[in-house]
Design a protein around this ligand. Structure first.
Ligand code: 5GP
Length: 192
């Protein structure tokens, strides 16, 4: 087991509704040393890939993406969730259905911050059904940039997102893939 998997076993809490709570170390209180390990791991796994920009989505992707940005030495851009869609054309926009809040957000990125030809590494904390990732991929495509890789902390392998994203041909590196989890016993099984 790697460091993230060990920490999930130690401090993760399985909730009803296929939710894994990791808020004591990943997305509320933050273990920065663990973020550092994650960033170094992505740097290793994407060592052969040229990256010019990291893109994530607010809020819980931002911290992870920043520490990754330190390893890749590239700017980090986060998509903002917006209730109103800016119509004056200086934003890329996508619709994202939130897995945790069950609502639809418009996410926006200023056209100033992704350039045509950028080689983008997308980073996020969780992959469930893949809606957040598909929104970010759409924004990168609108910009005429290229998604060269996707780094996820926790992929819930029993939900559809991972398979959809891999089938689309993207290189997806998830640091912990949960294949099964049980709210009653708290048991968590990782993919080898
Ligand atoms: P997706 O768009 O892939 O369905 O869901 C991804 C987003 O939902 C992530 O950015 C994350 O914020 C949230 N999410 C999905 N599943 C979980 C979960 O089990 N635990 C937590 N804490 N967040 C989740």
């Amino acid at each position: 087991m790697n460091e993230l998997q060990e920490r999930i076993i130690k401090d993760g809490v399985v909730k009803e509704g296929n939710i894994l709570k990791v808020d004591s170390f990943l997305n509320h209180q933050i273990d920065v040393d663990l973020y550092h390990w994650m960033a170094c791991e992505w740097k290793k796994r994407f060592a052969d890939v040229e990256v010019t920009r990291i893109v994530t989505i607010e809020a819980s992707g931002i911290g992870i993406a920043c520490i990754a940005g330190e390893q890749f030495h590239v700017p980090v851009v986060f998509a903002k969730k917006s209730h109103s869609v800016n119509l004056d054309g200086d934003m890329y926009t996508a619709e994202v259905e939130s897995f945790t809040h069950k609502n639809i957000n418009h996410v926006i990125v200023s056209k100033k911050f992704i350039e045509p030809g950028d080689k983008v590494l997308i980073i996020d904390d969780f992959l469930a059904n893949g809606c957040a990732l598909q929104g970010l991929i759409s924004i990168v495509n609108q910009a005429g940039a290229e998604v060269v890789g996707i780094g996820i902390a926790v992929e819930k392998g029993f939900q559809t997102g991972g398979q959809i994203i891999r089938n689309l041909g993207y290189r997806l590196e998830s640091l912990a893939i949960v294949d099964a989890m049980d709210a009653k016993s708290g048991a968590i099984t990782f993919r080898e």
